[in-house]
Each structure stands twice: as C-alpha cells, then as structure tokens.
Write a protein that binds this ligand. Structure first.
Ligand SMILES: NC(=O)c1ccc[n+]([C@@H]2O[C@H](COP(=O)([O-])OP(=O)(O)OC[C@H]3O[C@@H](n4cnc5c(N)ncnc54)[C@H](O)[C@@H]3O)[C@@H](O)[C@H]2O)c1
Ligand SMILES: [Zn+2]
Length: 368
C-alpha cells in the first residue's frame, strides 16, 4: 500500500492507495476518526457491486450506517438529487459529528462532496473513489459540484475530504470504456509533469498489463495532482496545467453533443491537436506529437474528431467558463514531461489552429 499526506491552508488528510482496502474500511475509520454514524452515498451500479461489502465492514466495526443510492450517470449531479440526499441524511439523523462516505466515481464524489459540504454547514467527508478517473483526479483537490440546466459544474464549493481510500481492486469491475477514458488523464499527467510515467505507459504491452498492478501509476498521478493543487488551491495559476487538452476537449464534448465522445476521448483529441499545432510553430520539441499520438492510439484513444472544424472549436473554447474576455489560456507541452501556460488572444488562437484541422485523419499510418 502507498500513502500520501496532503496539506492545505485549513485541512490536511491522508490518501491510501492499495489492494483489498474496502473490507477494512470499518477498522480504518475506528483508527482515524471513530464516528458514531456513517452515511454512505453511492450509485446504483456501485451499490450492486460493493454496497453489501462496505456495510458488512462498518457493521463489524460497530459503526451505525445507512446507504443512500443515486441513479448511476451524469444526470444525477442535479439539484433534484441533492435535495433527495439532504432528505436521506435527515432520515438517517446524521449530525455534524458523523461522517459521509462517497463510494463511487466522480459523479458520486462531486454530489456527495457538495451535499456533505453544505448539509448542516459541513459534515466530514471520506472519498472512496471507484473509477480510474475518480482515483487519479476528482477525489483529490477538494472541488465538488453539480450541474445546472445551463451547463456542467456551474454550482460548487471547495470541501476537502478528511480521508481518501483508493482500493485498486475495485477497478477490476470497471467497464473497459471507463478505463480507457481515465487513461487519457493518466497520459495528461505524464505529458505535463512526469516523463517516467509517460514511459511506463509506453512500455506496457496493453491495457490489461497496465491494470494488473495499477498502484504505481495511480500513485504517480495522485502525487502530481496533489503537488499542483497544494501549491494552487484555488486555480489561479499552476493548477491550470491540469487543463492540458481540456479547453479543446470541452469544446469537442460540447459541439459533438455530450455522450458522443467520453470525457477522456475528448481530452485525448484536445492533447493531440494542441501538441501538433504547438510543435508546428516551434514551441514544442520535435517528435513530441508523434510520441503522444502513438501512445494515445495504443491505449485505445482517438487523436482526431470527425466532422469538427477549427472554427467550431475556437468558438466553443472561447466560451469555456475557464476562459475570460477575448483571450484563452492554452496549456502546451515544451516536451514530454514539461508544460507551460500560454494566454492567447482568440484571434491568435485562430491562426494557431489554422493548419491541421481537428477532423483531419491521422491514423497510425501517419506516425513516423
Ligand atoms: N471534482 C473534481 O475535481 C472533478 C475532476 C474531474 C472530473 N470530475 C467529475 O467526475 C465525473 C466523472 O466521473 P467518472 O468518470 O468517475 O464517472 P461516473 O461517476 O459516472 O462513473 C462512471 C460509470 O462507472 C460506474 N462505476 C463506478 N465505479 C465502478 C466500479 N468500480 N465498477 C463498475 N462500475 C463502476 C458508475 O456507476 C458509472 O456508470 C464528472 O461529473 C466530472 O465533472 C470532477
Ligand atoms: Zn478531465
């Protein structure tokens, strides 16, 4: 098992990463916080797979508990589901000395995070992320959120957990498409900060081999995210590096209609497109785009988007909520493992993307 300690202005917590941790959660809670009562928030899929196991572990430790289940899927990050959770927490008579556990992917983590941050003005939260994306990304950093009619994550607060437990065995039941989507973010971490992680991904035969012992890979990602968010808790500078591939990625998700590309697929295309263009104008070391494309394709990720043009991308990217006024922040690689933030006028961004359409075919045969 690996472990990291995160320190922020007003909070500090441990992250445990390892195999076979779920069944020991009751005992772990007794060591770390001795709550009288726990509300486990999970979704329908995760409850079916792991609900009984977590209950058994909490029962065995003598901790009163109840499970609140939301429907699986992004639509659950809604005010309606939040309201149902508040009612569930009241029915369980959760008090400020009790604990909420978020057992699930990023959807559960974001919604349970928001609920625990606001219920009774704040109840302690434990994250037990069950998807690759939530283990390497959303359970770390304290962002919570839900979607409003006009867009994703438009309501949210920062609320750090008091403990994060990542059981890598839980990934064994995760559908392949969710694994592949999460791998795009792993590539992102390697590309922006960790050439060794990038090589680790390059050197495995296939995804099955990568997922046989995912602890090291997850640890490296968490370490990078932790380092960055500890230095820049409120996303004023360095944290933007974590948006590599995301400005274009969000635009692609938007234009194509949510659901056509997974988040990871859209980010993969975003990383590939931006790197191709930044290499073309000499900001990125030669050969980087090829290396990135080759890895993404090997992992099962796309590097281009059919039917989406540069103009559409710029238009959508300029409206991304993280960009302001007439400029957009783009994260570029100087080489694999090193990244930088470039603020660009929208008009310059148009020139930047002018050559090499997003929809341009660039299959494996294009890689030298
Ligand atoms: N707070 C943050 O910093 C942050 C960062 C990135 C993403 N997010 C949010 O995270 C969400 C996406 O998270 P996600 O990709 O984990 O999606 P998700 O939570 O929807 O999970 C994906 C699917 O996998 C299922 N599942 C979860 N764990 C499983 C397991 N172990 N075995 C089998 N099935 C399992 C879920 O039921 C769901 O159907 C988005 O809403 C996004 O906005 C938040
Ligand atoms: Zn992402």
């Amino acid at each position: 098992m690996k472990n990291l300690e995160l320190k922020f202005d007003k909070s500090q917590y441990q992250v445990f990463i390892g195999q076979d941790l779920l069944d020991g959660i009751g005992k772990m809670l007794l060591v770390h916080m001795k709550p009288d009562k726990v509300a486990v928030i999970t979704d329908t899929n995760v409850n079916r797979l792991y609900g009984e196991r977590i209950k058994k572990s909490l029962d065995a430790a003598g901790i009163q508990n109840g499970i609140l289940t939301i429907p699986a899927g992004e639509e659950s990050k809604s005010l309606e589901q939040l309201n149902l959770l508040y009612e569930g927490l009241l029915d369980l008579e959760i008090t400020r000395s009790d604990v909420v556990i978020a057992l699930g992917g990023g959807v559960v983590g974001d919604l349970a995070g928001f609920a625990s941050a606001t219920f009774l003005r704040g109840v302690r939260l434990i994250q037990i992320p069950t998807t690759l994306l939530s283990q390497i990304d959303s359970s770390i950093g304290g962002k919570t959120g839900l979607n409003l009619k006009k867009g994703k994550n438009l309501a949210g607060v920062y609320h750090h957990p008091v403990l994060v437990v990542m059981d890598t065995d839980l990934l064994k039941t995760l559908p392949e498409k969710e694994i592949i989507s999460g791998l795009a973010e792993v590539v992102k971490y390697g590309a922006i900060r960790d050439p060794k992680l990038f090589s680790l991904l390059e050197n495995v035969k296939d995804n099955a081999e990568l997922l046989r012992y995912p602890e090291e890979m997850i640890y490296r990602c968490v370490k990078i995210k932790a380092e960055i968010v500890q230095r820049d808790e409120r996303e004023s500078g360095e944290r933007m590096l974590l948006n590599f591939g995301h400005t274009i990625g969000h635009a692609i998700e938007n234009i194509a209609g949510y659901g056509r590309y997974s988040h990871g697929e859209a980010v993969a295309i975003g990383m590939a497109v931006i790197t191709k263009n930044s290499e073309r104008i000499g900001l990125t070391e030669k050969g980087t785009a090829n290396r990135l494309n080759r890895l993404l394709l090997k992992l099962g990720l796309p590097v281009s988007a059919d039917g989406i043009g540069t103009a559409d991308i710029i238009k959508a990217a300029a409206f991304d909520k993280k960009n302001s006024g007439d400029s957009i922040n783009l994260v570029l690689l100087s080489k694999i493992g090193e990244s930088m933030i470039r603020k660009m006028k929208v008009s310059d961004a148009e020139k930047f993307f002018a050559v090499g359409d997003v929809s341009e075919k660039s299959g494996p045969n294009e890689i030298d």
